[in-house]
Design a binder for this molecule. Structure first.
Ligand code: ADE
Length: 226
């Protein structure tokens, strides 16, 4: 899978060189290029933003440098992802969809976002997804892109050592995951639930399912059908 990221903070993405994503890069399972939006700025100050038409606080990212950069990186089958607090909330289902694509381009906005015409223009020729990490405002799209990439890339075949762990985790089957325990059997007076020591696979499966449902009811009732 090929990934291009456009940002005014290219160094921010050094973080991708560590952990599982770093290993996937080493194995050439994925290829990530980071582009500095300011390289496409035409003025000596390399500015990429301007005041909003209609007034109001903050600055808006100008369409020109975005147009120059995106015209270079987008190809026929690219999916353009624009992180934005105004987008649809990014979910596990979305991560699965993105993991199937050959080319993802991430456009990191800062300030009050990117001039809307950039999204409108590219939506005419490409799949453009405006995605939010959640109902809060970050300073820019960079943190959101790292989170979306981690959620997506771990689903790309070969990135995770043990693919079975992917089917038994939160948000598979619309539930959050059951609680997990390891050694020692007793820690600070707290015991591991007896059933997990029983070796009885069917009872363990059933207990874990019940725990998932109970935890989802308690923590994330919004995930359950009415
Ligand atoms: N940019 C600023 N806030 C964001 C959010 N919540 N999700 C995605 N991108 C953002």
């Amino acid at each position: 899978m090929k990934i291009d990221i456009v940002t005014i903070f290219p160094d921010f993405f050094d973080v991708l060189e560590v952990s599982l994503i770093g290993k996937a890069l080493d194995k050439n399972l994925i290829d990530i290029s980071v582009h500095d939006l300011r390289e496409a700025a035409s003025d000596p100050h390399r500015s990429v933003d301007d005041t909003p038409y209609g007034g109001g606080a903050g600055m808006v990212m100008s369409p020109e440098p975005w147009g120059v950069t995106l015209d270079k990186v987008l190809t026929k089958d690219s999916v353009l992802v624009v992180p934005s607090p105004a987008g649809r909330v990014f979910t596990q289902a979305q991560a699965k969809e993105l993991a199937q694509k050959d080319h993802l381009v991430f456009a990191c906005g800062r300030y009050e976002g990117i001039d809307q015409r950039v999204i409108d223009h590219y939506s005419a020729s490409y799949t453009v997804l405006e995605l939010s990490l959640g109902d809060y405002v970050l300073n820019g799209g960079e943190v959101a892109v790292v989170a979306m990439l981690e959620a997506t890339l771990r689903l790309v075949p070969g990135v995770i050592g043990n693919p079975e762990s992917l089917t038994e985790e939160s948000h598979e089957e619309g539930l959050v995951e059951y609680p997990s325990y390891t050694k020692p059997r007793t820690w600070r007076g707290l015991d591991v639930p007896e059933v997990l020591l029983s070796g009885h696979h069917e009872q363990i499966r059933q207990w874990r399912h019940e725990q998932s449902v109970a935890r989802t009811k308690r923590m994330r009732p919004d995930l359950l059908p009415d």
